[in-house]
Each structure stands twice: as C-alpha cells, then as structure tokens.
Design a protein around this ligand. Sequence first.
Ligand code: TYD
Length: 141
Amino acid sequence: MTRVLKQSSVYECSIVYLSKVHNRAGNITAIENKKSIPFDIKRVYYLYDVPGGEERGGHAHYELQQFVVALSGAFDVLLDDGTNKKVVHLDRPFIGLHITTGIWRELLNFSSGSVCLVLASHKYDESDYIRDYDNFIRLVT
Ligand code: TYD
C-alpha cells in the first residue's frame, strides 16, 4: 500500500489548557473525546520509568495525531515539519500538546519519574511510522 503523508505545520500544533476541578484535597482533569481533543481517541498509552535526561520519539507519522500531557514531571517536545522547528516544554498535568499529522517529534530532557500520557487518533500501526529523518525530509519537501 502506498501511504500518503498528511503534511501540516508546527504552527498548527497547539497547546491546550484542560479544565481543572480544583479541590483542597487535590485536583481532577477530565478529557473527553472531541471536546478537549480535536480527534477521536483510539488508543491511550503512557511512558514511564524513563531515566532522567533520556530521549524518546525520533519519528513522524503519515496519519497519526497525538495529544501529549506531562502527567508528572517534565520534558521537552521538539516539533519539526521539515521547514520550521519548535520546542514545547510540558510540565503540568492540565496542559496538553496537540501534535498534528506528518510532524517529526522528539521527546527530550525527561525529568526522572516523569509520566507522559499520549492520546492517539489510531491504533498502533508500525507502517504509519517514518523513522528515518532523511526519508521524512524527502517526503515533506
Ligand atoms: P515508539 O512509538 O517508537 O516509542 P517512542 O516514540 O516513545 O520512543 O515505540 C517503541 C516500541 O513500542 C516499538 O517497538 C513499538 C512499541 N509500541 C507498541 O507496541 N504499541 C504502542 O502503542 C506504542 C506507542 C509502541
């Protein structure tokens, strides 16, 4: 099957402030399909036990969109559309980053003990990954 990369710009990747139910005994943030998230959530996963200073990601996707939240701790997300780059620092459980299609991303500078929640628009599909940066650049330029 020939896959078509759905290109978008790093400027379309937006920070979303999620609502917070504030309570003396702690806070609650709820995420509902198509309310806070601009796509249908098909998969939820989380990264944890990432050693401090470690890096993840280093790929793009043909179709997948993601919504990323630092549930605990902090990390940086480097976004790259082949022309422009942007770095977003995530360090609050009520702030999410919407990563649109066809964006190269790297997750960097994990603080130890951090938990990265990822909501995804599709089920896991290795054929949706572009893991080679030179190949990504060829596809977007
Ligand atoms: P990958 O998405 O490359 O991780 P990251 O971007 O966080 O560095 O996935 C790492 C491995 O985990 C890869 O072999 C595929 C597997 N994996 C699944 O089996 N299911 C999933 O939902 C995800 C995200 C990864």
